[in-house]
Design a protein around this ligand. Sequence first.
Ligand SMILES: Nc1nc2c(ncn2[C@@H]2O[C@H](COP(=O)(O)OP(=O)(O)OP(=O)(O)O)[C@@H](O)[C@H]2O)c(=O)[nH]1
Length: 273
Amino acid sequence: MEANMPKRKEPSKSLRIKVISMGNAEVGKSCIIKRYCEKRFVSKYLATIGIDYGVTKVQVRDREIKVNIFDMAGHPFFYEVRNEFYKDTQGVILVYDVGQKDSFDALDAWLAEMKQELGPHGNMENIIFVVCANKIDCTKHRCVDESEGRLWAESKGFLYFETSAQTGEGINEMFQTFYVSIVDLCENGGKRPIANSSASFTKEQADTIRRIRNSKDSWDMLGVKPGASRDEVNKAYRKLAVLLHPDKCVAPGSEDAFKAVVNARTALLKNIK
Ligand SMILES: Nc1nc2c(ncn2[C@@H]2O[C@H](COP(=O)(O)OP(=O)(O)OP(=O)(O)O)[C@@H](O)[C@H]2O)c(=O)[nH]1
């Protein structure tokens, strides 16, 4: 008799989490949050003064999550206000504008500010970071491409999404994945699950792709001195080919970097006797 009784579902515990936004002024932090929470876009720029705070409820699997969102002002002027708010955070939305290279280059400084405020005992390893490459609707002004942003994010073990607060593209997917990752973290005793904690490529591969991207000519790209011999060029090429071959390397941008290296080698060998 008892076997046929429907099992009473245990009410799962609700969870309370703290999320903050970080990134330069005007990159779209407030708009991303508004687009998700209020389903609207504000085209007029109203700088956040210090901090904006809001609470929202979301459902992840069978858990109700109460999210406290602290939207931080990006302007340096508000450092003294926002530095209070870094502590006890489970998730960070790190935003840059794909049309503003400065805002992408500033991401490291944002992480450094957070690390400094958390102090020597603060642990950034067990916080979920999602990087939003925002304003992808402004295609004409784009200067940071997807592979560059993704490489930066994934080499740090961060999530990466291309978003537009204006059109809504990527916003729901970003928040859903972000919240699921935070719940996974909480259910794993506050530690990032091992599968999500490291990139699927090496630091050497990521650094090499960045170096190739920023190289000034074919010599520089292969990492040889101008006037190097055929042997030296071939040796350098082989080393890079092994590191970046698309069959072996899954780092974002590796395919383009590999092609660039092949082309650089061909161009150099044409002119070396
Ligand atoms: N085209 C476009 N404009 C956007 C997008 N997101 C934000 N904006 C615009 O960018 C400007 C800045 O947006 P905010 O969300 O206020 O920027 P913020 O990062 O919160 O800025 P601070 O509060 O100063 O830190 C506003 O004029 C927005 O309308 C987007 O995805 N596409």
